[in-house]
Design a protein around this ligand. Sequence first.
Ligand SMILES: NC(=O)c1ccc[n+]([C@@H]2O[C@H](COP(=O)([O-])OP(=O)(O)OC[C@H]3O[C@@H](n4cnc5c(N)ncnc54)[C@H](OP(=O)(O)O)[C@@H]3O)[C@@H](O)[C@H]2O)c1
Length: 322
Amino acid sequence: MKQMPLNARGIPASRLVLGCMPFGGEWDHSPLTDERAKLSEAAVEAALSIGINMFDHADIYTRGKSEEAFGRILKARPELRDQIVLQSKCGIGLADETLPARFDFSRDHILESVDGSLRRLGTDYLDILLLHRPDPLMEPEEIAEAFGRLKASGKVRYFGVSNMSEAHIRFIESALTDRLVVNQLEMGLGRLDFVEETVRVNQTKGTDVNFSHGLMEFSRAENIQLQAWGPLAQGRFTGKDVSSESEAVRKTADRVAQMADERGTTREAIVLGWLMKHPALIQPVIGTMNPERIKACADAQRQADQMSREDWYRLYMTARGD
Ligand SMILES: NC(=O)c1ccc[n+]([C@@H]2O[C@H](COP(=O)([O-])OP(=O)(O)OC[C@H]3O[C@@H](n4cnc5c(N)ncnc54)[C@H](OP(=O)(O)O)[C@@H]3O)[C@@H](O)[C@H]2O)c1
């Protein structure tokens, strides 16, 4: 069986990852509040209680406040650092009064971004650094220089990407000495393109699919760990009000609820189990901050293991509106 990324102590990452994007609260320039920091702490506690040991960040999440909130937790519990796998991302510049929204894979931006993340998180290393979204102005040699320096200084152990195609990965790797280990993309019952791309080849309906051709198979063959953002479909199949959504969404929510009842489990475990049954061994990056919803994900692996091919396809067909 393929192994999840290891932390500095050789501990494998958990299959589920807690996405820390909302930890900081608002995306404005207001400071982190104590109240928000406490909510983040409760989310981390809930995650740890169900065996989640991997946490996903980005330099831009709530303009740095999400990393800051996590840094407060690490400050209070320094022993946690060696027990977890900490991932962050760089490469997006948010718009402000003077600058436009942009991507930036320049050497200096990458180096400065990592220093900022380390400062806010209160740690001296990241286990994994991802390039957040493709920068059309990227130069692989510059990326390689930044990655080389970060690795040599011990600031980053492994590198990966997010929202990238096979071509992007091959292009960036052309200048790297180490292979990229992760690609994080939106995948799940609420965003089916990762399955549709395989199923719809040579079908007229396949023209609407927005997922890099062959990426699932390439990632498996090259042993690149796939991570899924949006794996809970932002709650659309697990209890959020979907009365004004499409028939496919409403039917999927009903089907998920029925399966959860029949199996004596939670709706979250069914939705995540569906994603985790895919043989690519995708790591769902769950984005809920609600401790009860986090704990409701605990049974996901068991549901994946027990889900039949027929149940998997029935849910997929329902979600795609067939
Ligand atoms: N690489 C990228 O480009 C990228 C992009 C986006 C996100 N990410 C990462 O992926 C993580 C997860 O992304 P995501 O937030 O889109 O994933 P998600 O897990 O599908 O959705 C989480 C969101 O859905 C809400 N939710 C879940 N169940 C609900 C329910 N029953 N009723 C109402 N609301 C419900 C949560 O609110 P509550 O907190 O109230 O439960 C939260 O806002 C992020 O934290 C981030 O780390 C990466």
